[in-house]
Design a protein around this ligand. Structure first.
Ligand SMILES: C[S@@+](CC[C@H](N)C(=O)[O-])C[C@H]1O[C@@H](n2cnc3c(N)ncnc32)[C@H](O)[C@@H]1O
Length: 240
């Protein structure tokens, strides 16, 4: 199932700006690695986050979706953007910071793939480099399963989203876009995306061998647990 092919064209309009996410990443860097100068985003999508960080860091983005990268390339001329699987890439260079945000990690539907991504993050970080990521929690996924379909207008178009149980801890997100054709009719586009949720303790255990946990928070700065909506983490790569 290849995701974001259709969604790419509408993505930024629906998701809005990323001021909050960018500020959060910058705050982690200010606090833990103020001299950082290079940054790699895993799953950079349309480059909305990178655009907010490119003035301060030499940034690089990786994504597997050519459609998302096409939008990113228009937004970020001259910035290195690589089409690759974020669990299996080798850039041959290291960065002060690696980020994987806006629930991109959840898009990897098996925990083995999460472990592979943690390995790629480690390989591409300098000693003492910062790994910043966020996840949708198991609690949030459970709540979304019993929520009504989410519907929102954007411009003349309509966006709708439904989250259902799929297989074990994997959920199926179905997004439907009704694109106004301007003559009172709508063209329908649909995209299905799988998301895996993993208990936070399992994530912390997986990272403990190679990284030191520096920060963890829910949306409002509270200590996150599996019932938080989202959990944010900053880890330092241990030298060696
Ligand atoms: C929720 S979007 C986030 C995009 C961007 N980080 C942002 O904040 O706007 C998730 C992105 O991850 C990408 N993605 C998902 N699985 C991937 C994989 N295995 N390898 C590379 N990119 C992947 C998708 O193509 C999509 O662009």
């Amino acid at each position: 199932m290849m995701d974001y092919a259709t969604f790419a064209r509408f993505y930024d309009q629906i998701m809005g700006d990323r001021t909050e996410e960018i500020a959060r990443i910058e705050a982690y860097l200010d606090r833990h690695l103020p001299d950082a100068s290079t940054l790699l985003e895993l799953g950079c999508g349309t480059g909305a986050i990178l655009a907010g960080l490119a003035g301060r860091f030499a940034v690089t983005g990786i994504d597997r979706s050519p459609e998302m990268l096409e939008v990113a390339a228009r937004r970020l001329p001259g910035i290195p953007l690589v089409q690759a699987d974020i669990t299996r890439f080798q850039l041959g260079t290291r960065f002060d910071a690696v980020i994987c945000v806006f629930d991109t990690l959840n898009h990897l539907p098996t925990f083995e793939q999460w472990l592979a991504l943690f390995g790629r993050a480690r390989e591409h970080l300098t000693d003492g480099g910062l790994f910043v990521f966020d996840v949708n929690t198991t609690g949030r996924m459970r709540r979304l399963h019993s929520s009504d379909r989410y519907v929102e207008d954007f411009g003349p178009n309509v966006f709708s989203m439904r989250v259902e149980p799929f297989d074990g801890d994997v959920s199926l997100w179905t997004t439907t876009i009704f694109e106004s054709t301007g003559d009172g009719t709508y063209r329908q586009h649909q995209e299905r995306i799988l998301e895996l949720a993993v208990p936070l303790a399992q994530i912390r255990r997986a990272l403990a061998a190679d990284f030191d946990l520096l920060d963890q928070a829910g949306y409002d700065g509270e200590l996150p647990d599996d019932d938080s909506d989202r959990a944010f983490f900053a880890y330092r790569r241990r030298p060696g």
